[in-house]
Each structure stands twice: as structure tokens, then as C-alpha cells.
Design a protein around this ligand. Structure first.
Ligand code: AHR
Length: 525
């Protein structure tokens, strides 16, 4: 019954241990940890988020000019306070698919003079009233790191280069003068820039073959680093991992081309429960584990082949390239060809979705050595944790795990030994009922546990191999009356409930209720 996270995906020769359903409490599991057994340092940017000019995410979401709920800049104050409470460390903008037809020059200068343009990604007219300056004001207001995705669809190398110069340039040029005329003297110094979005996808404006994209991205990357050597670049990895798509081939080609210039390669993952199969759906984080592991292997292979241009020998400069999981979420109800116009991609989330989100966050933490950026798609209204109307807003079920991870999970990711009963699902042979991650910063230990079982609590013994617990452990439990429970305006069925347990010594035992995500915040002696 010994299960390590890295082994669960391998086809298991042993028969899976099926936890019998029935009266509560027979089941048990354990988590062992050592304070010096690490997986890697957690980059706070793995708890990032994303805003796109799509549906009511920006206009009608974070930005609602003329609304009594907005401030003088047009930012919805209630939304901003929920964003701050979620501790969003990074925001990606302006898309997504939208970025592949975005002309950044349309979004600068006096708002009333900005042109309206046909927006082809989602079938609307873009009024450009929220542009570069508004985005930079917003990230500053919510305390997030900006990440701008360049247009490598309809855009040119020169467009991409000049946008970076406009934002980061400190020389006196025609481009930086434009920025100054528009009210911003100092460069913003935006560090993170995406080299296009989902360029492997047939749906993408300006879609290219792997080798065409790789050549285009490489030249854009060179111009970007010549403009500002401090920028970090995210190459567009393959978005699509369906049977028949050449996911591995795309990533290999792109990585081999951009490995001396790009700093990250993107990975996107959306999952859903169209089959209404809870046991299989809640195991979806295993798919994230698998994709990260494969992409990490491709990165390692590509980086090992780098040649030093001066010596002609294998490069030994230690250059690293990481994964940016810059779009991920549950998305299946509001999806498909009809998603064009204003009220689109408005998923209403339930408890099982929140458990999948918590499991994805566990996966990100457990891959802290290779994943250094991740962005939930998206922040408001569009497949989002925050949902608004003209009159107010409510927090969706998925808000709570996102908030708990982002606020509390820091430091080093610990390499856990998780022993759990398992089950077999439609897609996975061996799914542990207990899914976990943990972080340690100084003496602060945070353990995240999802009990995937639909009916039974599971007693978990948490054992420290080299330290003692000291003082009370704060418990936050995200749960609800049943797996389909949803929140709505004026109705909160799923939220985080706080309690505490007293403990000391080398171990504690906690009963994790059926269909729950729990975060334990402990202090080590
Ligand atoms: O997040 C919604 C869309 O999903 C994004 O615009 C695109 O990149 C992805 O296909």
C-alpha cells in the first residue's frame, strides 16, 4: 500500500486496494515527512492568475466604468478586495486567444480616442478602454507581478519588440516618448513576457507549424532580450494533449530552438466532468502530474544538448528552463463552439470542482522544482473564482483552496511519503484517496490534504521524522453538504471553516471528512 506521488501513474502490477464504502471511520492512511527532504523551493508565482479580454472578465468584471461599485479609475472595488484577499501574486494579460489579435497601440493614449476593433477570438468589438496603463495600474493596486503575453499571431517582431520598449525602455526614443506623453515617465520594468499563446492550436489566429513557430519565437526572443536583458520569456508549449496531436513533437522542436533564450515553456490543462463520474474526475490531478513529468523530461533532454557557441563543447553555464502552467482549471460546461459574445465561459463551480482545484494545487507544489509559474484561468466571471453582477459578487467554491494555498504555502516543498488506500477509476489504475502536499518555511509547516472519498472520512497519521509539533495546529476545511453543492449570490454552501487541534510530539492523527480539502498550519519545535 506504499504510494509515492511519482509512482501512482505507472501501471501498477499490484491490484489496487479498494476502500470499501460503508459506515464511517474504518479507513486510515499516513503521511511521513522530514524537514530536510525537499522537492524544491516554491515560487509564489505558481499561485498566479489570468485576465483576458474575454466575456465579462475585464469589462464587467474587474473593470466597470460608471458603476457605483467602481473607483475613479473604473476598477470594481468589491472585486479588488476579493482579489487582494486571495493574495494573487501574478496576473497574466491580455490573453489567451485574445492576445493573438491584440494591437497594443490601440490600448494607449486618451481612453475616449482609442479605436474600437473587431475582436475575432471571442466574437466581440474591443473598445480598448482597458490597455497597458490600466493593466499596470491594476497589478500595482492588487500587489501582483505583471505577465504580458505578446501577440505572435497577427503581430510582427517589431510590434512585440516595441511593446517591450514602450513598457520597459529607459532610453529617449520615439517609443518611450509616447509612454511619457501618455502620463508614465518611468519604465515599469515588466519582467515576464509570453512568446504567444497556444500557437499549436488550429483555433489560434496566426497558428503555425512547430518549426515555423520555433523560428518566429526565437527571433522575437532575441529582440526582447536585446531590448531589455532582464526580461524572462515564456515560450508557447503545446496546448493540446489529445490522441493524434503531436504534443511531444511540438514541445521538443520548440525547446531545441529557444533553449538559449526562453526561460519557461508553457503548459495548459483544462479538465471536466461531462461524464458525471466523480471518482474519475476528482483524480484529474494525476493527469497534471503526468504532463508535468513528461514536459520536465523533454526540458531536461533539450537542455542537455546545448552547445557553447565559443568552445563548441557542451554548455556548462547552468542555464535553467522551467514550466509555466499558465492556464489551468476546470472548464467543460460553458465550453464549445457557441462560446462567442459577452456572457461566455461563465462556469458555476461546485464542491467537486474545488477538490480538483485543490488537487491541482497539490500537484503544482509537489513539482516546485520544475514548475515556477502557474496561472489559474481566469480571475473573474470567465471560468473564475469570483463572480459578479451589476449589483454585487459572490465567491465560487474554487476561491477557497486558491486563497488558502496562496496565502499560506511558502518556502520549500517537502517530499512526502503518502500511504493511502487506493481505487481504480475510468482513466487511472491506481488513485490514492488521500492526496497531499506540504511546505516548510522556517518553523511553519503547512500540509494540504484532499480526501477524495465520496462517502468516508479517512484517519491520517501525520508523522514527523526529525521534529516535533509545537502548539496548536490551525485547521481550515473546505467542504459542503454534497459534492454538487454550489455557491451563488446570497448563498454560501461551500467555504473554508476554521478550527484548531492541540498537539505535540512526533505525530498527529486527524480525521479528514469525505469529499474535503483541508489545510493544516502547524509550528515545529
Ligand atoms: O482561458 C480560455 C481560453 O482557453 C484561452 O483564451 C485560450 O488560451 C485557451 O484555449
Amino acid at each position: 500500500m506504499k504510494i509515492s506521488r511519482r509512482s501512482v501513474l505507472a501501471a501498477s502490477a499490484a491490484a489496487p486496494v479498494i476502500l470499501k464504502t460503508g459506515p464511517a471511520s474504518a479507513a486510515s492512511a499516513s503521511i511521513q515527512l522530514h524537514s530536510r527532504r525537499h522537492r524544491g523551493e516554491i515560487d509564489k508565482n505558481i499561485f498566479g492568475n489570468f485576465i483576458e479580454h474575454l466575456g465579462r472578465c475585464i469589462t464587467g468584471g474587474i473593470f466597470d466604468e460608471g458603476s457605483p461599485l467602481s473607483d475613479s479609475r473604473g476598477f470594481r472595488k468589491d472585486v479588488m478586495s476579493a482579489v487582494k484577499d486571495m493574495a494573487v501574486p501574478m496576473l497574466r494579460w491580455p490573453g489567451g486567444n485574445f492576445s493573438s489579435n491584440y494591437e497594443w497601440r490601440d490600448g494607449i493614449g486618451p481612453r475616449d480616442k482609442r479605436p474600437k476593433r473587431l475582436e475575432m477570438a471571442w466574437g466581440t468589438v474591443e473598445d480598448n478602454r482597458f490597455g497597458t496603463h490600466e493593466f499596470m495600474d491594476y497589478v500595482e493596486a492588487v500587489g501582483a507581478e505583471p505577465y504580458i503575453c505578446l501577440n505572435l499571431g497577427t503581430g510582427s517582431w517589431a510590434d512585440a519588440q516595441q511593446w517591450i520598449e514602450y513598457v520597459n525602455g529607459d532610453q529617449d526614443t520615439a517609443v518611450t516618448r509616447m509612454r511619457k506623453q501618455n502620463g508614465r515617465d518611468k519604465p515599469w520594468g515588466v519582467k515576464y513576457w509570453g512568446l504567444g499563446n497556444e500557437m499549436d492550436g488550429y483555433w489560434q489566429m496566426g497558428h503555425r507549424s512547430a518549426s515555423d513557430y520555433a523560428a518566429f519565437a526565437l527571433e522575437t526572443a532575441k529582440l526582447a532580450k536585446l531590448t531589455d536583458p532582464n526580461v524572462k520569456l515564456i515560450a508557447a508549449g503545446a496546448s493540446n494533449f489529445r490522441a493524434g496531436s503531436d504534443w511531444i513533437g511540438w514541445n521538443r522542436t520548440v525547446l531545441e530552438a529557444v533553449r538559449d533564450y526562453a526561460d519557461y515553456i508553457s503548459l495548459h490543462l483544462y479538465v471536466g466532468n461531462a461524464a458525471n463520474d466523480y471518482a474519475d474526475f476528482v483524480a484529474s490531478p494525476l493527469e497534471m502530474d503526468q504532463k508535468i513529468d513528461i514536459l520536465a523530461g523533454l526540458i531536461a533532454a533539450a537542455m542537455s544538448g546545448r552547445i557553447d557557441r565559443v568552445t563548441g563543447q557542451p554548455s556548462r553555464d547552468g542555464r535553467k528552463l522551467y514550466i509555466a502552467l499558465d492556464e489551468w482549471n476546470v472548464w467543460y460546461r460553458a465550453r464549445g463552439n457557441g462560446q462567442r459574445g459577452r456572457r461566455i465561459l461563465e462556469e458555476h463551480y461546485n464542491l467537486e470542482d474545488a477538490l480538483v482545484v485543490a488537487g491541482f494545487l497539490n500537484s503544482l507544489v509537489n513539482h516546485a522544482d520544475v514548475v515556477k509559474i502557474a496561472n489559474l484561468a481566469q480571475l473573474v466571471n470567465v471560468i473564475a473564482p469570483i463572480f459578479t453582477s451589476d449589483k454585487g459578487m459572490f465567491l465560487q467554491t474554487i476561491y477557497y483552496p486558491l486563497q488558502l494555498f496562496s496565502k499560506n504555502v511558502k518556502g520549500n516543498s517537502l517530499d512526502l511519503l503518502v500511504e493511502s488506500p487506493t481505487y481504480k477509476s475510468r482513466r487511472f489504475d491506481t488513485v490514492p484517496y488521500i492526496d497531499a502536499s506540504a511546505s516548510l518555511e522556517g518553523n511553519s509547516l503547512v500540509i494540504n490534504v484532499v480526501n477524495r472519498h465520496q462517502d468516508q472520512p479517512i484517519d491520517v497519521v501525520i508523522g514527523l521524522e526529525d521534529k516535533d509539533f509545537s502548539g496548536p495546529v490551525m485547521v481550515s476545511e473546505v467542504n459542503g453538504p454534497d459534492i454538487k453543492a454550489e455557491n451563488d449570490f446570497g448563498k454560501t454552501l461551500v467555504s473554508a471553516r476554521q478550527s484548531s487541534i492541540n498537539t505535540g510530539g512526533r505525530s498527529l492523527t486527524h480525521s479528514f471528512p469525505a469529499h474535503s480539502y483541508t489545510q493544516l498550519c502547524a509550528t515545529l519545535a
